[in-house]
Structure formats: structure tokens, C-alpha cells
Design a protein around this ligand. Structure first.
Ligand SMILES: [Zn+2]
Length: 773
């Protein structure tokens, strides 16, 4: 069965050897002293790490109901060895149990008979020195279970149970989660002693459905002194309370399950659920990422592949975003599909190897630990067994450079889950995620490393950053606004787009931008943000035939006449318009409203309203010039550079991919950040740049995203780029004279001048890891 692989000649690790290992650890301080890029204070020590800090490579054969007849455990043990796997995820219980449970309602597949397949696999893994995660799937059950405990299941407004196909959805406020799941966890731990428990779908009913069962009615009334909302209504304070109440309940379940697993399995027996790489996915299932990371020792990330329109860089970003919440000393294993996942999905067919490999590599570059994932234990498409091995072998050989490191970046892009909930509401894709995607793609394209920064962590991250970017971060608390203000007062740069700071934390309109004084621009008249205005949501969703007129530097209200018949006012173009000398207009696509400006604001682009596309005879500007600003810049007395893009070029670039928009966004980042990018890469190609400091070395991980499939999955063929000329700004304690390339296996001497080191990389096919010491 599953022939075609030669077992590795490498001796397997024994469990004892694995448990005995010691690993060098860098305990990084939580703050880094100014100036930017200074080395973090660190403590070098050698301590035995618990399993959840040292299990760096994972594997999962997701057991299907027919697998008890075809699971060749011996073959898979060899595959664990071939792929240098240190931990496995094994289906135990939940919807389907793969062991002889004392709970008769835990459904067991017919093919299992009396067998303990889960137990056999857990024993084999432990014998081979591997860590075991018992996998649960706890949010639904078969009809028999529902009929035995109908009050444990979620009900709609009409009192009918919510169903998914033949299965019934359990209610997160019922004894199913309070008593039954904890008892199953205890049984699994007592039988097989897994190191931890993970759960595929632990968060109960999603946001799109309201449960009206007796438990929910009673608990909500106690918590909110109100009846459950009858329908979704973002403007209803009771509905908003229902959202927050649901978030709190998931945290209670997280804490309860951890108390249960630790009581049954010891202090290191963790329950870690499963989380998504998508913030709107976390919102839709009430998983509060920041609060979860505050209580988690690790995150098991279910983010298996890119979306059709996304890039591999999305995975590196997921790693950086979650490490920003969790800490860089902790691990984030990520389930990586070896089958064709995404759109379309074919569970038993191999994902194209270059597509799977690049997803893994960019995730690794962002600090994610690889975890191969197959659905089913037997495959006629055997190509998928060859995908993980080379990546995980490389990972093993270079693992010391891939963990316990601190990111180095000058740019922080600010986000919050509440902005996705209360500003994004029913359109998070268009209102929040597209602007995010546009600005971060522009940064990747410009080879500017960046960090996602949670809006509540601005003060904490500020010392390492030169610039904050707020891409349509509309819903902000007063505290978050104050943190941005402090950042600018200390001399930091600021780039804000669209409706940033326009709303309070509920997505309600503020009378003006909360940061209006910094922007030099004010809301003009009784206007509503997109969270409250259907017409503006349509603007965000559609592309209009609009343009921006590039202006010479014009101050305050004094800019060109509205009728467009007078010539433009003479003046020099601002540096952020570099590269656009041969054009006076840019394609735009969005819509703009007038703003009231302070005298210190300089308008660099104005709005040209829509005019017909068809027929071509009509395609002329009816109003070639307005005084509606599209781009405003100013410099504060303290020297901070601030740019405000009322024009939603971040969203436009995310959707339309026009290079003009990406170039202007990159120019704005360079100008507001005073050209402080710590790495420069010269040469053709699209390259995702990740820079880290680790002890007395810098680690530059370059991922080559250049190929015909970069912007559309799956990639068919990898195209090498090079030579690339690299410059890296040295941080405190890094000499920078020696460079090792850990993929192409080259060692070289670098030129060091004025705090920068220079070297050249001849060629990169998929990625290169430069260790600079
Ligand atoms: Zn309920």
C-alpha cells in the first residue's frame, strides 16, 4: 500500500531522545530601545523546553470513515520519518470517534468495528518519539444524539434545530460544551495520554445564526438584561451586546477546556482549539484573536492555502500577525494542504507541488511551523507524498534560524478585529480586507518589510517602528486614537487612508475624523461613513470611471478653479509623485466627497468625477478639475511626515492591481517613513522580504513570488530571479561581514560600509535564507 517511497535510512528518534533535547533559547525583551533597529536586550540560556515550544514540524492524516480498512500505520510511520515530523494530529473524537468510547452517542464509523485506531496511532507516534495532538471536532452530532438530548442543540427563531446536512449543531451554552465535551476530553487523555487536544470546529454556531435555545435565552438575559436579538441589526445596541457576549463565551470555553485537559493530563496538557488565518473568519466564528493569544501557549492555525486572488505573501503575513499577538518565542504550526484545497477543492488529488511548496515557504518566512495535511490515509494520487519532504528536511537543517528571532521592520500596518466587525459589518471584504490587501501587496511589491500591529499594541510596538499605516482603520477607540497621536508626537510618520479614525468602536460616525488635526482635513457637512451609508458601500464594491488629477504643491484652500478652463497653478511636484512626471492624471475608480482643509495641508491630487466610458465619443471629462482632495500631505512642527489618502487607492490596488496605485502607495510609505527601510533589494522580480534579528546575526528570508501564477492560484512553474543586489542595515551587535546562503549553500564575505552590509545573490528559484553575521 502507498508504494513508491523508500524508507529513510536515518535512525528514528526515540521518545526519550526527543524529550531529553535541549534547545538554545533567546528570550527576547518585550520592547526594543530606540533608535529603530537597535538590538533587543536578550538573555542567552539553555533550558529544556516544553513540547509546545520545541515541536517544530507537524503532520496530519485526517482520518475518513473508511480508513480503518486501509490505514497502513507502518507506511505512515515511515512517512513521519521521511518528513522529519515531530508531532502528529490524530483524529480521536467529536462528530466521529476512532476509539472504543464509553459514550455510546459518540458516533463510530462502521468500518472501525471494535478497533482503537486512534489509540494505535497515538501509541505508534509516542514510540517514535513524536508529540500527539488528539483531534476533536465538537460542534455537531448525528440524529441519534440530537434525539437523546434535544436541549443541547441550537435552535432557530422558530424553535427548529439548526442542521448542517444530516448533522445537528450543538449549542455552545448547553451542557454539551459544559459537561459532555469535558468528559470526552478526560476519557481521551486517560486512555492515550496525548500531549494536547486540538479541535477543528470548537467555536459553536457562527455569527450568521442566532440560537434561541433555553440556555441561550437565560444566559443572555442574565448578561445583558435583554432578550436575544430577533435579527441581525448592527445599529441595535442589543445586537452589539450579543456579539460581545458570544466572543466572551468562546473564551470561557477555551479556559474551561484548558482546565479540563490540565487537570486530566498535567500542567503541559494543552487544549488549543484551532484558529483561522483570516480575521473575517475569526469574526464570523467569534474567535477573539488578541484575547485567545493572551491565554494561548501556541496557536494551531487552520489556514491551508491561499485564496484564488491572494498571494503566497498572505501566509507570511499570517505568521507575523499572529506572532505580534502571541509573542515571537511561541509556535504557530499551520495545517498546509497537500491536496488541492481552496477553489476548487479536490480532497484526494495532489495540490500542484510548486503551489503547495510556495505556500509552505512563505509561511515559514513569516515564522510559521510547517504541518503537512492529507485527507484520508490512502491515495491513488501518490504525488502528494513527495511535496512536504524536501521542505521539511530543509526546515530541519535550518531550524535554529527559523525560531526565537525578532522581526526587523520600519513599517507597522495597524489592524483590529473590532474594525472588521463594526466597520466592516456585512462587507468586511470590501471595507476592510481589500484596503489591507492593497497596502500590504504594495509593500511586498516595493520590498519593504512590515509588521501587522494590533491597534491596542501601538505603544508597545512603537519603539521599533518609523511609520504607522492605517488602511481604512475606521472604527477606533479613543485609546487607540491617543496611541497614534503619541506615536506622531514622538516623531513617527503616519499614512492614513479613506475613513480611518472616522468612527467610534461601534462603527458609529464621529463628528469628524478623530485624527483630523493631524491630517489637516475635516469632514465637511453632514456626511456618513460607509458603515452607515449604503451608497458608500456600493462605491467600495464597484469601480467608477473616475480619475485623480496630480497637482503641484498647493496649500490649503488655494487650488485650481473648478471649471477646469484655467491652466493649473505652476509649482513643483512633491516627492511622493516621483515617477509620474509624464502624466497629470491617474486612473482612480473610487468616489470622493469634499473635505474642509487646514492651511497646513498640502493637496497633491484632486478628484475628477466620473464620465462615460461608452461609447468612446462620450469619453471626455465633463469636470476636469475639482477642489475635492484625493491626497493630502503635511509635516508637523516636530518633523513627523503625515499623508492622508481620502482616495481609497489601497482598496483599488487590492482589487484592480494597477501598478500606478501600488507605486503611489509605496512612494507614500517611503516619504512618510523618511526612507528608513532596513533592506534594499535590487534586481527584477516580485520578492517578499522578511528580516529578523537573532542574537548577533540578521536573518533575511527572501521568497521569490515571481511567476505567471503569483496573483492567481495555482502556480504552475517557478521562475528563477537574479542576480539580486542586497543591502541590509546592520543592527546593534551585528558585524555583517559574513553571509551564509542557506538554500543555495554559498558562503561569502559582505562589504560593510556606514552601518550597511552589501552582497549579491546570484539566483533564487523559490526562496533564499541569508544569515548575516
Ligand atoms: Zn443555544
Amino acid at each position: 500500500m502507498n508504494p513508491g517511497e523508500n524508507p529513510s535510512s536515518r535512525a528514528p528518534w526515540t521518545r526519550r531522545e526527543f524529550l531529553r533535547q535541549t534547545v538554545p533559547v533567546v528570550l527576547a525583551a518585550t520592547t526594543i530601545s530606540t533608535p529603530a533597529f537597535a538590538a533587543p536586550p536578550k538573555i542567552d540560556t539553555r533550558v529544556a523546553l516544553p513540547w509546545y515550544r520545541r515541536t517544530l514540524r507537524w503532520g496530519q492524516t485526517n482520518i475518513t470513515e473508511i480508513d480503518p480498512t486501509q490505514y497502513d500505520i507502518g507506511w505512515w510511520r515511515q512517512h513521519w520519518k521521511r518528513t522529519r515530523t515531530q508531532g502528529v494530529v490524530i483524529n480521536a473524537g467529536g462528530i466521529v470517534a476512532y476509539y472504543p468510547s464509553t459514550f455510546p452517542l459518540q458516533h463510530r464509523p462502521a468500518a472501525l468495528g471494535g478497533r482503537d485506531l486512534y489509540g494505535e496511532l497515538a501509541r505508534a507516534a509516542h514510540e517514535d518519539g513524536l508529540v500527539v495532538f488528539a483531534r476533536m471536532d465538537s460542534n455537531r452530532a448525528h440524529a441519534e444524539f440530537y434525539h437523546a438530548h434535544p436541549d443541547w442543540f441550537a435552535l432557530d427563531a422558530g424553535g427548529q434545530p439548526y442542521r448542517a446536512g444530516d448533522l445537528y449543531l450543538s449549542c455552545i451554552n448547553s451542557p454539551y460544551y459544559e459537561e459532555y465535551i469535558p468528559a470526552v476530553l478526560r476519557e481521551i487523555i486517560e486512555r492515550s495520554h496525548p500531549e494536547g487536544i486540538t479541535d477543528n470546529s470548537w467555536a459553536g454556531l457562527g455569527r450568521s445564526s442566532i440560537c434561541y435555545c433555553a440556555h441561550c435565552q437565560r444566559r443572555f438575559r442574565e448578561a445583558a438584561q435583554a432578550d436575544l436579538p430577533r435579527q441581525k441589526d448592527w445599529d441595535d445596541p442589543v445586537y452589539r451586546q450579543w456579539i460581545l457576549w458570544n466572543y466572551r463565551r468562546r473564551l470561557e470555553v477555551w479556559d474551561l477546556n484548558n482546565r479540563v485537559t490540565r487537570a486530566a493530563g498535567g500542567p503541559d496538557c494543552l487544549w488549543v482549539g484551532m484558529n483561522s488565518g483570516s480575521i473575517s473568519g475569526q469574526c464570523a466564528s467569534f474567535r477573539d484573536y488578541r484575547a485567545i493569544c493572551e491565554r494561548a501557549e501556541m496557536i494551531m492555525l487552520d489556514h491551508q492555502s491561499r485564496s484564488d486572488a491572494g498571494g503566497f505573501q498572505n501566509n507570511g503575513e499570517a505568521g507575523k500577525r499572529i506572532h505580534g499577538l502571541l509573542g515571537w518565542e511561541k509556535l504557530i504550526p499551520e495545517s498546509m494542504a497537500m491536496y488541492q484545497a481552496g477553489r476548487p477543492t479536490f480532497r484526494l488529488s495532489s495540490k500542484p507541488e510548486p503551489e503547495a511548496r510556495m505556500w509552505m515557504l512563505d509561511g515559514i518566512a513569516g515564522g510559521i511551523q510547517p504541518w503537512w495535511h492529507h485527507v484520508g490515509a490512502y491515495h491513488e494520487d501518490r504525488r502528494m507524498y513527495h511535496t512536504a519532504e524536501p521542505v521539511l528536511r530543509w526546515h530541519e537543517a535550518n531550524e535554529k534560524y527559523l525560531v526565537n528571532r525578532q522581526p526587523v521592520a520600519a513599517v507597522g500596518v495597524v489592524w483590529s478585529q473590532a474594525n472588521t466587525d463594526f466597520y466592516g459589518r456585512d462587507n468586511p471584504d470590501e471595507l476592510v480586507e481589500l484596503p489591507w490587501c492593497g497596502i500590504t501587496n504594495a509593500l511586498v511589491r516595493a520590498r519593504i518589510p512590515y509588521l501587522p500591529v494590533h491597534a491596542d499594541h501601538i505603544d508597545r510596538e512603537a519603539p521599533r517602528l518609523q511609520l504607522l499605516v492605517l488602511p481604512h482603520l475606521a472604527a477606533m477607540t479613543d485609546g487607540q486614537v491617543a496611541a497614534v497621536r503619541r506615536f506622531v508626537e514622538r516623531g513617527g510618520g503616519l499614512l492614513m487612508t479613506g475613513e480611518s479614525s472616522r468612527c467610534d468602536e461601534w462603527g458609529e460616525a464621529r463628528p469628524d475624523f478623530a485624527l483630523a488635526d493631524l491630517l489637516g482635513a475635516h469632514v465637511d457637512g453632514p456626511r456618513r461613513p460607509a458603515s452607515l451609508d449604503p451608497a458608500k458601500r456600493r462605491w467600495a464594491i464597484e469601480t467608477q470611471h473616475t480619475h485623480l488629477r496630480l497637482e503641484p504643491e498647493l496649500r490649503g484652500r488655494v487650488y485650481g478653479p473648478k471649471n477646469g478652463k484655467e491652466p493649473p497653478v505652476a509649482g513643483e511636484r512633491h516627492p511622493v509623485l516621483r515617477g509620474f512626471d509624464e502624466t497629470d492624471i491617474l486612473p482612480f475608480g473610487g468616489m470622493l466627497e469634499p473635505l474642509r482643509l487646514d492651511s497646513a495641508a498640502t493637496v497633491l491630487a484632486t478628484f475628477i468625477p466620473p464620465f462615460p466610458v461608452y461609447p468612446p465619443e462620450t469619453a471626455w471629462m465633463r469636470e476636469p478639475r475639482t477642489n475635492i482632495p484625493g491626497l493630502i500631505v503635511r509635516t508637523t512642527a516636530a518633523g513627523s511626515r503625515i499623508a492622508f489618502l481620502p482616495a481609497d487607492l489601497d482598496r483599488r490596488f487590492g482589487r484592480d492591481n494597477l501598478p500606478d496605485h501600488g507605486n503611489l502607495l509605496a512612494n507614500l510609505v517611503r516619504w512618510t517613513g523618511k526612507d528608513t527601510c532596513p533592506v534594499e533589494v535590487e534586481g527584477p522580480g516580485l520578492i517578499d522580504c522578511h528580516l529578523y534579528q537573532q542574537e548577533d546575526r540578521l536573518i533575511l528570508h527572501l521568497v521569490n513570488l515571481t511567476s505567471a501564477g503569483t496573483w492567481r492560484a495555482p502556480v504552475h512553474e517557478l521562475i528563477p530571479v537574479g542576480p539580486l543586489r542586497i543591502r541590509v542595515k546592520l543592527t546593534e551587535g551585528v558585524r555583517g561581514g559574513r553571509v551564509q546562503l542557506r538554500v543555495s549553500q554559498h558562503k561569502m564575505t559582505a562589504q560593510v560600509t556606514k552601518g550597511w552590509c552589501r552582497f549579491e545573490i546570484q539566483s533564487i528559484i523559490d526562496h533564499e535564507l541569508a544569515v548575516i553575521g
